[in-house]
Design a binder for this molecule. Structure first.
Ligand code: AMP
Length: 116
């Protein structure tokens, strides 16, 4: 049992609200963003409710690696052979709007830099 408040993404993990899930294992879930910013826009989240990257602890290091390898796996599954961008918005200045750690995979078009 976690003492962290339930978020929108916990509800997706628990199948309380629908999502277009593209990958799942015992540690992670990946689903399509509801407001896609690129032809492919997928969120990879840990099932463990870590609110943001800044809340990850040293004991989470294996999970953090797993999330990155899940990004790679899902990107391959989506056929993003020409590259893609991975974004972790963190906290207010980072533009984070859902307090459950998530990695954006954006692909299917060339990305601009710097981000806004
Ligand atoms: P961030 O701004 O980095 O916190 O990203 C949150 C992302 O969650 C945004 O890109 C939203 O479009 C996305 N989002 C919000 N609600 C849902 C939902 N129910 N299903 C899928 N994606 C969602």
């Amino acid at each position: 049992m976690s003492d962290r408040p339930e978020t929108l993404f916990s509800k997706i993990i628990n199948r309380e609200i629908p999502a277009d899930i593209v990958y799942e294992d015992n540690l992670a879930l990946a689903f399509r963003d509801i407001a896609p910013q690129a032809p492919v826009h997928i969120l990879v989240i840990p099932k463990q409710p870590i609110p943001k990257l800044a809340d990850a602890e040293s004991q989470d290091h294996a999970l953090m690696g797993h999330l990155l390898l899940t990004v790679k796996r899902v990107a391959e599954q989506e056929g993003l052979t020409n590259g893609y961008r991975v974004v972790i918005n963190t906290g207010a200045d980072g533009g984070q709007t859902v307090d459950h750690l998530h990695l954006h995979i954006l692909g299917g078009r060339a990305m601009a830099w710097p981000p806004g």
